[in-house]
Design a protein around this ligand. Structure first.
Ligand SMILES: Cc1cc2nc3c(=O)[nH]c(=O)nc-3n(C[C@H](O)[C@H](O)[C@H](O)COP(=O)(O)O)c2cc1C
Length: 153
């Protein structure tokens, strides 16, 4: 909740899940959240448009995304492992999460973040790409950029 938010509206809420049967149900229903089955807990990060700047869903999603990243960083700082698994913007995944966790229709379930104890020590990947940085103004490239390999949709 230390994340920056537009006009300091803090338009987020969180559902902390530790019940094994709920974690199992989420893991079985969400296509890329299988790790929730083994995780001792998970946090659903939610965006609340009615409390966001101009009551816009876009602001709520931006603000809650910043909180979600902070959650990942906080977990790492505690030597825990955490993964952002997508719920928003996929309508079918949002419907599944609403149904399992009772999230109301005016709240956006943004991401399910399973949290656990890493089995191996992960070192940060070096994803730095200097060609993505423009200096002083935008410079067009001579050839298209290679995309990084896709892992999840
Ligand atoms: C919006 C968003 C959705 C994501 N959805 C999933 C997901 O459903 N399942 C998953 O295992 N990882 C998911 N990720 C994590 C990405 O796969 C991961 O960040 C990416 O592969 C790069 O790996 P790294 O974060 O370890 O560098 C998601 C990340 C973001 C930002």
């Amino acid at each position: 909740m230390a994340a920056p938010t537009a006009v300091n509206r803090q338009p987020w809420e969180f559902v902390v899940i530790e019940d094994c049967s709920t974690l199992d149900a989420l893991a079985e229903s969400l296509p890329y959240a299988k790790m929730a089955k083994q995780a001792p807990g998970a946090v659903l990060v939610c965006a609340v448009p009615e409390r966001a700047n101009q009551q816009r869903a876009e602001y709520a999603v931006l603000d809650a995304s910043a909180a979600c990243e902070n959650l990942l960083l906080a977990a790492d700082a505690l030597d825990l492992g955490a993964v952002w698994t997508a719920v928003y913007p996929q309508a079918d995944r949002q419907a599944i999460v609403r149904q399992i966790l009772g999230v109301p229709g005016d709240v956006i379930p943004l991401a399910l973040v399973p949290i656990g104890y890493p089995k191996t020590e992960e070192h940060p990947k070096d994803k730095f790409r200097p060609e993505l940085i423009h200096r002083e103004r935008w410079h067009n490239r001579e050839r298209p950029l290679d995309l990084p390999p896709a892992e999840h949709s």
